[in-house]
Design a protein around this ligand. Sequence first.
Ligand code: NAD
Length: 293
Amino acid sequence: MQILNGQEVSLQIKNELKEKVNRLIDQGKRAPHLSAILVGSDGGSQTYVHSKVKTTKEIGFTSTLIHLEENTTEAKLIDQIERFNTDPQIDGILVQLPLPKHISGENVILSINPFKDVDGFHPVSVGKMVQGLPTFLPATPHGIMLLLQHYKINTNGMDAIVIGRSNIVGRPMSILLSSNANPGNCTVTICHSHTKNLPDICRQADLIVAARGKPGFLKGDMVKEGAIVIDVGITRVNDPSSKKGYILKGDVDFGSVAPKCSFITPVPGGVGPMTIAALMMNTFRACVENSSY
Ligand code: NAD
């Protein structure tokens, strides 16, 4: 069993980006600029957005973080996005999800300029991804593909299962794994809350991506010998003995699953850091492709 070390691979990607930023500066150009918007005070969202902003600083990007109150209106949020859309100094726009219930996530995503859609959630980006055209890929599935690529895992012809069908993880993951590329070229089954016999389906799989958000649900007896298991889940589980009062748990019961796997991602240190690295890659790309640059 080999651990797919997202921490290590993401560090390598970030170091490469840092060098590229230095080269831009040496050429008299400006650094890539990511603008993030956080609405409300959800603890998880605050942690995620702050770690994205921290990473931009580490690699020499410029960042702006706008924090709007929980009761902000959809119109006010879209107004802010419009300002970022037209600001030539800003390359990438990120709106931290989930949004409060009174705001339509669809309207907000639609309002982002697709050339600055570094999260890859805009329908223009999604459509291009489906057709295999160059575009911003959603950060989490993209990060997973980069991890498979880094470890030179040949996924050609594999039976892959994606558990979860969200627009940000499960669905795009299924598209990338089935794309005509390597990694890719998998025969993909996408499972969700209405799937019957999930354990039986999982036992057939060469590759499992678990993105359900239920800690430890994927057990060793649901996985075949030699499978590759990618754990996307991140759930805060109360733990009074830890400093923060909680620990982060993945969807995979690591203790029973890992011994059966050929490759597995840990939580933390697997998919999470790769997601941030992929977002930074998208932001760099937005910067160099920005027509006004
Ligand atoms: P979501 O709640 O939008 O989707 C969960 C999916 O699980 C749904 O599509 C649902 O159909 C499916 N599901 C529910 N019950 C099921 C069942 N019994 N059998 C099979 N499928 C079932 O969540 P999401 O945004 O896709 O995130 C999933 C998990 O990944 C969460 O823990 C989230 O925190 C984590 N996440 C991690 C990263 C990262 O960078 N590591 C990024 C995004 C999300």
